[in-house]
Design a protein around this ligand. Structure first.
Ligand code: ZN
Length: 137
């Protein structure tokens, strides 16, 4: 079961510029900056109530974020739903006919295991399932 929007991912050209823009907008400073080497992105996180805003900047032209911006420009990139058991939820989604973009959960930013669904199956919205990484991993 998905139980809340954990974060909203926003693709940006320049993490520093957008970081200060979102600081002004939200009235808070980011609480974390983190590179996700596997995805070739730098991320910057803000807390808004119970939901996070994740700014994503490409670190390489072949990053999915670079390709997204090239096609659509900067903007909302994905919605991330928090799930209690990502393996069970991935099975459930598959059984419901959604295509998963990764068949095993992968490491995301902010100590998460993540899985993305094919946006063609979700009205063009890239959906991320995420779960706090168990402490024994
Ligand atoms: Zn995300």
């Amino acid at each position: 079961m998905t139980h809340k929007i954990e974060h909203i991912g926003i693709a940006v050209n320049n993490l520093e510029e957008s970081g200060s823009l979102f600081s002004k907008l939200l009235g808070v400073l980011p609480y974390k900056q983190e590179a996700v080497a596997g995805e070739r992105v730098n991320t910057l996180f803000f807390m808004v109530g119970e939901t996070k805003i994740e700014l994503l900047e490409a670190t390489s032209p072949d990053s999915v974020i670079a390709k997204f911006i090239e096609k659509k420009g900067e903007g909302i990139h994905h919605l991330a739903f928090e799930v209690t058991d990502i393996h069970a939820e991935m099975k459930r989604m598959e059984a419901e006919g959604f295509r998963l973009l990764n068949t095993t959960p992968k490491n995301g930013a902010d100590n998460k295991l993540v899985c993305f669904l094919h946006p063609k199956d979700t009205n063009g919205v890239l959906v991320e399932l995420c779960m706090e990484k168990p402490s024994d991993m």
